[in-house]
Design a protein around this ligand. Structure first.
Ligand code: PAN
Ligand code: ZN
Length: 195
């Protein structure tokens, strides 16, 4: 971890992997049960456990007052009709927000609250997306052959609740049935107990 103030590059020349402390890679095998077309998932996985997305983190203490930040890269591709995407999560401390700044590419952020509201916002280079407290979030790359690259920042004490999305899914999915991205109800969405 760096001592005192520090800076790093995001502008001209893009981000520099060496400037980050942590590199997380998520592959097809890490997304079991998340894609709608489970047969397409199995077929693809049997061919290769491909890299779906990566996160480069600047290490900071995970405490209130700190800001955790880094870069997320969602690679292009599809599983069946569904675009490559992140797992998605609620923050464990629900009342914590997040900021995303898209550096490169085009995508969607799919979001929902425990109360049942949902939203899909466009991610486009040069635009900032604000994810308010309480909103689960998943980023999706809508492009054919380019990475979706974003800078993110969120409170140090937020924590990640992946379990809720793993068991119930998101209410909305983004599919390409041949005419580009379509937001559809998730037929496998399963409300959690008491939800
Ligand atoms: C981001 C995400 C990142 C990867 O840093 O962690 O985009 O997505 P998953 O964590 O859902 O796999 C963030 O939202 N942090 O809170
Ligand atoms: Zn988050």
């Amino acid at each position: 971890m760096k001592d005192g103030p520090f800076s790093f590059n995001l502008g001209e020349g893009g981000f520099i992997p060496d400037e980050y402390d942590n590199h997380i890679q998520r592959r097809l095998s890490n997304m079991k049960g998340q894609y709608l077309d489970q047969e397409a998932y199995q077929v693809k996985l049997a061919q290769e456990d491909i890299l779906l997305y990566e996160v480069y983190e600047i290490k900071r203490p995970e405490i209130e007052g700190e800001i955790l930040h880094g870069i997320s890269i969602v690679h292009p591709g599809k599983v069946g009709e569904e675009y490559f995407m992140t797992k998605g999560h609620f923050h464990t401390v629900l009342e914590t927000a997040e900021i995303y700044y898209t550096l490169k590419g085009r995508g969607y952020m799919v979001m929902e609250t425990p109360e049942g509201e949902w939203a899909v916002e466009e991610l486009a280079a040069g635009r900032v997306l604000y994810v308010p407290p309480r909103w689960a979030h998943r980023s999706i790359n809508l492009q054919e052959d380019e990475d979706l690259v974003m800078f993110f920042a969120y409170p140090g004490n937020a924590g990640h609740d992946y379990g809720t999305i793993e068991t119930q899914g998101f209410r909305k999915l983004v599919l390409d049935k041949g005419n580009g991205p379509e937001i559809v109800d998730n037929p496998r969405w399963l409300p959690s107990e008491g939800g």
